[in-house]
Write a new protein. Sequence first.
Lengths: 112, 116
Amino acid sequence: GEDVEQSLFLSVREGDSSVINCTYTDSSSTYLYWYKQEPGAGLQLLTYIFSNMDMKQDQRLTVLLNKKDKHLSLRIADTQTGDSAIYFCAESMGDSASKIIFGSGTRLSIRP
Amino acid sequence: GAVVSQHPSWVICKSGTSVKIECRSLDFQATTMFWYRQFPKQSLMLMATSNEGSKATYEQGVEKDKFLINHASLTLSTLTVTSAHPEDSSFYICSARDWDSRLGAFFGQGTRLTVV
């Protein structure tokens, strides 16, 4: 079945790197996503990675995918107070009608 | 990027009444929209997949008579919580997928429903 798991909390010091981890079970997933949710708001797509990629970098964000272990991570370099939010890992099949399955979310808090 | 608008942002209703939540894709056509419910401890639960012009597909454990979904056009899906009870109080979020499936789904801002 489909299952996506994340740790619930992460606390980092401002300026350090944050690494949020995620594991998934569906090996047929085509795309994997990271979403950000700020308090009281909907979800914002941060980045995605295709299942045949190992790494994707976008400014301060680096996504690593280990398909063998079904492990996905999001690294945020130089973490700022504005990065405080809940980060959701998600997986989906390839077509636009496929549902997206979310992890439980990781709440990232920033220490001064 | 694509914009999904959800209305209302929050609503308070009396127990036993029905509440309708709208989800609109503003600048793209969405043949498929999704309705999620978010519980206080963060997890996002998929309730149903809404397909334009056909019946919604409900996830296991979600009462289709309780949560009525209508997707009458390519830009609008509605979720009606019928005969609401306090346990239905939650944060409801809709999302829609564009044709470019790489982009996942775009989300509305959510609706906070409180049933008193």
